[in-house]
Structures are given as structure tokens and as C-alpha cells.
Design a binder for this molecule. Sequence first.
Ligand SMILES: C[S@@+](CC[C@H](N)C(=O)[O-])C[C@H]1O[C@@H](n2cnc3c(N)ncnc32)[C@H](O)[C@@H]1O
Length: 347
Amino acid sequence: MAIADSASSFSLRPLHHNLFSPKYRSVCHNSLFRSPPHFSSLQFPSNIRATSLVAVEPESSTQPQEDTMEVDLFACPVCYEPLIRKGPSGFNLPAIYRSGFKCRKCTKSYSSKNIYLDLTVTAGTKAYTEIKPARTELFRSPLVSFLYERGWRQNFNLSGFPGPDEEFKMAQEYFKPAEGGVLIDVSCGSGLFSRKFAKSGTYSRVVALDFSENMLRQCYDFIKNDDTIITSNLALVRADVSRLPFSSCSVDAIHAGAALHCWPFPSNAVAEINRILRSGGVFVGTTFLRYSPSAPAILGPFRQQRIAGDYNNLNEEEIEDLCTSCGLINYTSKVQQSFIMFSAQKP
Ligand SMILES: C[S@@+](CC[C@H](N)C(=O)[O-])C[C@H]1O[C@@H](n2cnc3c(N)ncnc32)[C@H](O)[C@@H]1O
């Protein structure tokens, strides 16, 4: 397992212009070598251009050299082939920001856009755009993303959510069999749990993954002044939960806080989660139940109805059925009003 590199041990060295291919180079000109404000103060001058490239490289001779090509944790969202990474080594935001990723099989290139690595199937499309259901699109809004940790999330307590500190503790209990492994915080929003997972030191790598560009920007804003996280084993990735950019059986733990009800197709998502978990790997999710056992019985029949386009609120039985029909085992759950935390394992 790769452990995070310390930013303080990096030095600046020239980087070859000739990376993967001419196609890759054009991507680099657009995005790879622009430094976000925090990185520039941390590691390189702000006036770097493609003609005077530098890469950040560990000084220690035991570390992999700059410009290395290695098979990465990330896989191509088109064909699931592990991506080849070229650039500075290390699993942390500055190193990933400066790296280029390419699929050998379908030759598609991926790079960091702003501060996150874009691993959606539509990354790099010029004319085509895709609109998801409202429950996904809502969270792409800059305003909702900004408000999310500034009041929106706190309202969940009214429905029985115990709050991030307690939910994190509960999840960590379920994740015991995955300690030391790779954790993906799927639909991380502005990263309130990703930060806790990264800071806990429990995992070798943590990926904060969301479909919303603005949530990922918020994520970065919350961590940009915290060097212990910036240089830790954390990556910010844009991806669709229905098309997770990881190889099969490569991940130890998957967390999805308050997310299942927002997914366009929960069955595709849970099938993907099962695909990427290794044997024994753990999935922990929370969501709003459609029917709360504590709600007055008279409300039951009304709360059972599901409306197309609305949130995908499931009931307990449906969540268990979904997990088991996607091949997960050892299902268990805790319920408080409309809040449910559930866990299941890959056989
Ligand atoms: C209610 S927020 C949850 C944020 C955080 N995990 C928490 O516990 O508060 C739901 C998140 O799901 C994300 N989401 C919705 N559809 C998605 C999709 N298709 N793929 C990945 N994430 C998605 C949204 O962008 C949003 O950030």
C-alpha cells in the first residue's frame, strides 16, 4: 500500500515535455500545469508554463523518481482498465494534480480539472453534455454546495441523523475489517466525512468522490489551509457512482453518507460498489428511509408512495434486498427515526 509523501521532502526538478502523446500534451497545456493558489505557495512558482515545466519529486533515493509511469489505483470509467499514471509519485493532492492518467486500452486521457481529477465518462467531451435526474443535479449547484455544510446538513438531525461525529464513529466500527486499506467516500459532498477518514490515519488511501464539481470545490476549500490533509493520502475525484473508476476487487472500504436517496439508479450503484470491493471489503451507507417505523401508523400508506424524479427513499426491506441482490452479505443496520446506517460485505 502506498503511504502519503510528505510535501516538505519535495524538491523542484525539470519535467520532460514529452509525456504520453501529442493528445496528452494538449491536455497538459490546458490544465495540468496550472497551480491552484494553495499548491503554488506550497511547492512551485505561479508563473510556470508548459514551456518551463517542473515536477515535484521526493528527494529520497528510495522513492520512485519523477516522471515515472505506474499502474494506478484509478481505472478507466469507459473500460475499467487500470490507468497508467505519469508524473510525480505519491497519493496526495499536489502529486495527483500534476499527474496525467491514460488508459492503454481505449487511449483516453484524464487529468485534473481545477483541483479534482475528472474520471467521468464524459471527461473531455466538447459538444456532448449530460443532465442527470434532479436529485443529482441539485447538488451540482454552487449555492447548494456552499450551503451544504453551512446549515443544510445540520437539518438532517431533525430526521434522526446523529450528526457527523457520531456517524463517523459508527462507520469506523463497521470498517474495522478494512483498516489499513483503501477507502472510497462515495458521494462525499463537501467532504465532511472524507476529512475525518483522511485525518484518522486508519486508511492507506482515501478517495473523496462526488459527481458534483461544486461539491468538490467546496471540499478543496475546506482542506486547502490544512497541510495535514493536503499532503495526506487523500485524492479528490469526480465520478458517477454508477460507473466507478476503479478495477474490480481493488477497494477495502466504501462509505456513502446520506447518498443512496440521491443516486439516479441505486441498483447500478450498489452493483458497482460490489464490483470494486475486494473479498471481505465493507460497504457502509446512510440514507433517509421512506417509511419511519416511529411515524404515526396512519401516515404509513402515504409515505410508502414513490414519485418518479423525486428522491429515491427506500424502506429497510428494500435496502437489504438491494444489497443482497447485488451479491453483498452480512447485511446489518441501525435505525433512528428516518435515519438508517446499514453495512454489508463482499463475500
Ligand atoms: C446529501 S449529499 C451527501 C454528502 C455527504 N456524504 C454527507 O454525508 O453529508 C449527496 C451527494 O450525492 C452526490 N451524488 C448525487 N448523484 C450522484 C452520482 N450519480 N454519483 C456520485 N455522487 C452523486 C451529490 O452530488 C451530493 O454531494
